[in-house]
Write a protein of this length. Structure first.
Length: 281
């Protein structure tokens, strides 16, 4: 009787794919992670378990505030996704490639190393193999931007804009056109944000960039107006004080320029532009 009891008890506690799937359906990613890890110890190449486990690692990583823990989860996610891809069906493979591309994208944000090239590789593979997800163009745009692949970034962001317009996306496109020295086009996107956005942070970032465009055009009056508009919203804006300092420098007034750069460091002690200007002027 006792042996029968223990056998039944062990069967009750046994982790199965159904156990993992039930936790997944209730969005209990921690349980999926723990049960998936235990299941994979006995079945290390089970494709279904590898997939659930990898996805749980991903969602736990992006919800994590501790970057070292996030990186550990992402490493587990990436390693297990790559194993899952070896034996994946042709219908599942594009989805795994998509998740691997996203995992490398987030790995790039928490690591001191660069993974944007791998993010681009797998997101493009997912697209080529027919996987559709609205966020792929935006992830590609950000990944291309981090590699200074400006025109590729603009192309991807423009595709993303057809799916969903946002202030952050408009600003990202404007920044890439600015890098490409396409100032007129960059301006148009910035004007849209400044005119329509309800987000002061996005408006301020747009005005700062617009001010920098006017400096590059040597239109210092317009540039100063943009930075002053920023200071009306945020008196502690280091970038606005830095920009005003650059205007004074261009006009040959180094005393006022240095005063503005010292103000910059008051609000942002590690502002690289101000540090370099004060060390060289």
């Amino acid at each position: 009787f006792l042996s029968f009891y223990f056998i039944n008890k062990n069967l009750e506690n046994k982790i199965t794919l159904k156990t993992i799937k039930t936790s997944w359906e209730s969005y209990d990613y921690q349980a999926v992670y723990e049960n998936g890890k235990a299941f994979l110890q006995e079945n290390p190449f089970n494709n279904t378990a590898l997939t659930y486990y990898s996805y749980a690692c991903f969602y736990l990583a992006v919800a994590q505030n501790d970057t070292s823990l996030a990186e550990n989860y992402l490493d587990e996610c990436i390693n297990n996704l790559r194993i899952a891809m070896y034996d994946a069906s042709s219908s599942l493979l594009p989805q795994l490639q998509y998740m691997l591309g996203k995992a490398y994208f987030y790995k790039n944000t928490v690591s001191t190393y660069y993974y944007s090239d791998l993010s681009i590789k797998y997101l493009n593979l997912a697209k080529e193999n027919g996987y559709k997800a609205d966020d792929i163009p935006e992830y590609l745009g950000l990944s291309y931007a981090s590699l200074d692949m400006t025109m590729e970034s603009i192309s991807a962001f423009s595709e993303a804009l057809l799916v969903r317009e946002s202030d952050a996306l408009l600003l990202a496109i404007a920044e890439q056109y600015y890098k490409a020295k396409e100032f007129v086009v960059a301006e148009q996107y910035l004007f849209r944000i400044i005119k329509n956005s309800q987000n002061d942070e996005m408006i301020i970032k747009s005005q700062i960039l617009l001010g920098n465009i006017y400096i590059d055009r040597e239109d210092y009056e317009k540039a100063l107006k943009e930075f002053e508009n920023v200071l009306q919203k945020s008196q502690n804006s280091a970038d606005a004080h830095y920009g005003i300092g650059v205007i004074y420098e261009k006009q040959g007034n180094l005393v006022k320029a240095r005063a503005e750069w010292r103000q910059t460091l008051k609000y942002q002690v590690n502002h690289q532009g101000a540090l370099q200007k004060l060390n060289s002027n």
